[in-house]
Design a protein around this ligand. Sequence first.
Ligand code: FPP
Length: 246
Amino acid sequence: MPDLEPGKMPCHLAIIMDGNGRWAQQRMLNRIIGHQRGAETVQMVVDQAVILGIKYLTLFAFSSENWSRPRREVQALMLLLKKYIRNELKKMLKKNIRFNVIGNRADLPSEVNQILEDALDKTAGNSGMVLTLALSYGGRQEIARAASKIAQKVQAGELLPEQINEDIFASYLDTSGLPDPDLLIRTSGEMRISNFLLWQLAYTELYFTDINWPDLTINSLHEALWDYQARERRFGKTSAQIIQRS
Ligand code: FPP
């Protein structure tokens, strides 16, 4: 595999971390063990993203639909999340990482929210990579929430309907202030977006790998980035227009 070009890294990498359950089931283990191993992959990917100079990393950690999983699995995921933030806060501070959360935080248990709040507060002044966890997140819900906030502004006379454009709309999304992802990776062989960043993925390059999340290695992550770097992004323009500009 050729070397990665530092100048062609995705500015924003988003990941659907899938396949923890299947990884465990294939080994006759409890699904929760798969999530535990998945949390170790999260650490590796965060470390790599910092080393590679990726400025924004967004991880789909818990979807709004995941609440309907068995209660024990939901509890285990919340516990893992608390443990992860507690353990990684020191690293975030040391590596200048700014922690961020998107999704419906009101759904999360209060002790999870307290830990998140603490990490958000303590890393707020950091200027390095922005690590965003999508928690209790659903793209359609996010868009509906934005529409509702905009409607309230219009009703209050603070915004005119004709002022609403793509930029204004995006500023009411949870991801306000983040650039759109350049690359989305989904592990485990599923080829779906699964309600993740529906608005923001409009021009994102998609990369799917059969590898289950706990099995993702530094090499397989680099392979995805290498594949991305070999692509031509046209944003609706022609190939000739893109070559002319570069
Ligand atoms: C998908 O695998 C993964 C999840 C629903 C949760 C992702 C959680 C982690 C990677 C670990 C904890 C996260 C952090 C940030 C510490 P799945 O259970 O849907 O797998 P399956 O499709 O094979 O059943």
